[in-house]
Design a protein. Structure first.
Length: 314
């Protein structure tokens, strides 16, 4: 296939817009889509600190690279990369090494925060104390809270997440199927700041996952290919498969799902006040009830330890 914009060989096909692009035009299209999203999601940003969640995978690596490029000519903007160490052996150490490699290359400050320091436990330790529980449930809650806390400690104005089009389309479908309007309304990007919560944005929102991978490969962005050993248990896998089947049969489905959420979110938030955070009675972090999900999981883990100790033979 030839590129639709020149005579070079195409490196990617885009069925959702019936296009084929060469290396050069593809790279430019990714930069332009990210630029439009940053302009749309943070209009009139005057400067400050931007935290970027950096896992060491392709998505967060591309998000950091494009964010740094977008703000590179603005000396009043400081970018800091934040990585979370959940304590998953055989997986997280390799991704953290790639994160260090990328931040060194870009000249970006890199901070690592750990479950063990913040919660006194790790994902693997909690898996042993909470048998039968899907690790992604509590791991994701703790990771999101810790990223928000770390960004807040930086006095960050924004928290950049590496969510791509596939990620967001899956989340939209998941929330619609569950009838969870509150979560649908709270999805990134966030238009307004709430007490204790750093607004999250997603510059890769309209870039498909495979195009993020291709862009990272073409630019030589260091990232780890490994998958979390607990990922296969995640409920998201079902929605990933469904969204992909729909996209194959009807190109543009992912964009349509995302547009649905973008049009619904203002209607869900403003009239009912959805998304307004309370404070957790235990840790003081933002919560949708009297106890945040992070503390609920921590309480369950501690109770399980106590019960195990009580039932152990003397």
């Amino acid at each position: 296939m030839r590129c639709d914009r020149c005579d070079e060989d195409a490196v990617v096909d885009q069925p959702y817009q019936r296009a084929h692009l060469c290396d050069s035009h593809f790279r430019a299209s990714v930069v332009e889509r990210a630029r439009r999203e940053l302009h749309r999601q943070v209009p009139g940003f005057r400067g400050g600190t931007i935290a970027v969640a950096l896992s060491g995978g392709k998505d967060s690596g591309v998000a950091l690279t494009l964010t740094q490029q977008y703000f590179s000519r603005r000396p009043n903007v400081e970018i800091v990369a934040l990585s979370v160490d959940e304590g998953i052996s055989g997986y997280r150490p390799a991704t953290l090494e790639k994160a260090r490699e990328l931040t060194t290359r870009l000249g970006v400050e890199h901070r690592i925060v750990r479950f063990s320091d913040a919660y006194g436990t790790t994902t693997e330790q909690s898996l042993r104390t909470l048998p039968g529980t899907i690790p992604c449930a509590y791991c994701g809650v703790w990771r999101r809270q810790l990223l928000n806390r770390a960004a807040r400690d930086l006095s960050a104005d924004l928290l950049v997440l590496g969510f791509n089009l596939d990620d967001l389309a899956q989340t939209v479908l998941m929330n619609l199927v569950r009838g969870d309007l509150d979560r649908l309304a709270r999805m990134s990007p966030h238009r307004a700041r709430q007490p204790g919560l750093i607004p999250r944005i997603a510059p890769l929102a309209h870039i498909p996952e495979r195009e993020v991978f291709l862009y990272a490969h073409l630019l030589g962005i260091p990232f780890d290919h490994g998958e979390c050993p607990h990922a296969r248990a995640a409920a998201r896998n079902l929605y990933r498969a469904v969204v992909w089947q729909l996209e194959e049969a009807m190109p543009g489905t992912r964009h349509a799902l995302l547009r649905t959420q973008e049009r619904l979110a203002p209607l869900l938030v403003e009239p009912a006040g959805r998304g307004v955070a309370e404070r957790c009675r235990e840790c003081g972090e933002p919560a949708t009830g009297s106890l945040c999900r992070a503390c609920e999981f921590l309480s369950s883990a501690r109770n399980a330890i106590i019960m195990a100790a009580a039932s152990a033979p003397l």
